[in-house]
Design a protein around this ligand. Structure first.
Ligand code: GLN
Length: 551
């Protein structure tokens, strides 16, 4: 029988429930259990596809084309599994399904109510992964905090699950602040949030207390007494250098064994050593590689910024660690180049440049200028989706001399639309059907033998995840190639260009896909890996160029 671990939050949002969920999953997995995870998002949107990244963080794309909250990315990265889109439940999906059934008369004349009809729909969705019969544990993270109006029915549904005989463990994540004036860690907010939880009929089995410093024995005792749990079940989750070290923090407190004991399960095999070694390695790196990410979401402060590009950042980390390098990220606002082109020179201070995915018009010119600069100055470059499209625009304008060449997303009336809509998108956009209508999810690409991309993947067919409406216009492929741009991979039918590279550049590679979604801590994305290797050697390239110039 499947076991559910429900992760809820209290006190404040942003405590890292996603990391907690992923880390609990990881320790269970390292002890030999088959684990998957789900995320409940109480918003009315049917998925995260229409959410602005600056508002809600990155939109995560699943293999099967779901556009999901970034927490699914944490689960996939920590657990090294692919999670399907139905593992994300939103209020919009649940209400949509209930209303559709009501319209079809499926409730047989009953008054359709939040309880039981909406909660039944929620339970059906939460129980769906268990039906596959292959999981020992399903972790379910409920977004928001206890006491929010919008998630109350989700709490009610999981309460009912326990009552109905499902094997359920509740983990409540809270915050223990230290008041500067007192210099003392305060447990009262935790007590209050657990009180709220108990009022709706849920007694937590574990409390994971987020705090700056490790929880002392006095705080543990207090939380235990006031929250009606055993002291041992209060888990300290203090600030730590790497999120990937959180599973070890839990392991040190024997959380896995404690969970298994409550569920009357045996502690199975234990294979935690490779993860421990990985953490030890990343803690002892003495050479750094500095990667500049040229983006546009910069008006919102750096904390949100890293959320908007989290998978790109994680992919940079994974590839850097695999090369024994300490990654350093530099945020570069493309709009700065538009205001002051002399700033382009600052691109030389980093070891490599990434132009990540993006939508809309702002900051586009600055990105094109940056691409031209790194192309001409031998600075390693990785273009992701929009990054590839703008690399094509730069090449068309400045090398093929197609004056005014552009992407139709930016300039509808360009004479040379080198980037155009994918044909199916024309009607979709005319009818304003924006939700879940991009080219989404995993698609295969055929790779040309002997190219850099071929060497990096060591394969002639690869699959990566996608999220876009525009593509390289097939009519310009020949012209671009004649000017020296190499399309190193395309869709199996040969129509959509999926990868490009410049053979004479130290590293100038771009893809229409988002390889960052498949990067894992111990299995870096091949493209990021190649890019980081090139970035690490940048000094050599630059010196060689300097020598060439002198000669
Ligand atoms: N805006 C571009 C498109 O829709 C790029 C999308 C992206 O970078 N994910 O094709």
């Amino acid at each position: 029988m499947v076991n559910y671990i429900i992760v809820t939050g209290g006190v404040v949002s942003g405590l890292g429930k996603g990391i907690t969920t992923a880390s609990v999953g990881k320790i269970l997995q390292l002890h030999g259990y088959n684990v998957t995870a789900m995320k409940i998002d109480p918003y009315i949107n049917c998925d995260a596809g229409t959410l602005r990244p600056t508002e809600h963080g990155e939109v995560w794309v699943t293999e099967d084309g779901g556009e999901i909250d970034q927490d699914l990315g944490h689960y996939e990265r920590f657990l090294d599994i692919n999670i399907p889109k139905h593992h994300n439940i939103t209020s919009g999906q649940v209400y949509g399904a209930v209303i559709e059934k009501e319209r079809k008369g499926e409730y047989l004349g009953k008054t359709v109510q939040p309880i039981p009809h909406v909660t039944d729909e929620i339970k059906k969705r939460v129980r769906r992964p268990a039906k596959e019969g292959k999981f020992d544990f399903v972790l379910v993270e409920i977004g928001g905090t206890v006491g929010d109006y919008e998630n109350v029915l989700f709490f009610e549904a999981v309460r009912q699950m326990k009552l109905e005989g499902d094997k359920v463990i509740f983990i409540h994540v809270t915050y223990v602040p230290v008041l500067d004036a007192l210099g003392e860690a305060k447990t009262k907010p935790t007590q209050h949030s657990v009180k709220l939880l108990r009022e709706i009929g849920i007694q937590p089995d574990f409390i994971v207390a987020r705090s700056d410093d490790p929880l002392d024995i006095v705080r543990r005792e207090k939380i235990a007494l006031f929250c009606n749990i055993h002291e041992d079940d209060v888990i300290s989750d203090s600030n730590i250098d790497h999120v990937y070290a959180v599973p070890l923090l839990f392991e040190e407190q024997d959380l896995c064994r404690k969970i298994l004991k409550k569920l009357h399960l045996r502690k199975d095999v234990e294979d935690i050593k490779p993860w421990k070694e990985f953490i030890t390695n990343i803690r002892n790196l003495d050479t750094a590689v500095t990667i500049g990410i040229v983006g546009k979401y910069f008006d919102i402060g750096t904390s949100k910024l890293s959320d908007s590009y989290i998978s790109v950042i994680e992919a940079v980390k994974h590839a850097s660690w695999a090369n024994n390098l300490e990654p350093k990220i530099q945020w570069i606002d493309s709009k700065d180049f538009e205001d002051n082109p002399t700033k382009l020179k600052t691109l030389e201070s980093v070891d490599g440049i990434i132009i990540p995915g993006g939508f809309g018009l702002s900051g586009i010119q600055g990105k094109i200028d940056a691409i031209k600069y790194v192309r001409e100055h031998n600075i390693p470059f990785l273009g992701l989706c929009l990054g590839m499209q703008l690399a094509v625009v730069d090449y068309a304008q400045h090398v093929c001399k197609l004056e005014g060449a552009h992407s139709k997303e930016v300039n509808k009336h360009t004479r040379y639309p080198v980037i155009d809509y994918i044909p199916e998108q024309v009607n979709i956009l005319q009818e304003s059907r924006y939700g879940a209508t991009m080219r989404l999810g995993s698609y295969p690409a055929v790779i040309k033998k002997g190219t850099i991309v071929n060497k990096l993947y060591n394969a002639t067919e690869v699959t990566e995840r996608h999220r876009h409406r525009y593509e390289v216009n097939p009519e310009y492929v020949e012209t671009l190639e004649k000017c020296g741009l190499m399309f190193s991979g395309h869709s199996p039918d040969g129509v959509l260009m999926e990868f490009l590279e410049l053979p004479d550049h130290p590293f100038f590679v771009a893809t229409q896909a988002h390889p960052e979604f498949k990067s894992r801590p111990l299995k870096p994305s091949p493209l990021f890996n190649g890019f980081i290797k090139a970035a690490a050697k940048k000094k050599e390239y630059i010196d060689k160029t300097a020598i060439k110039q002198l000669a």
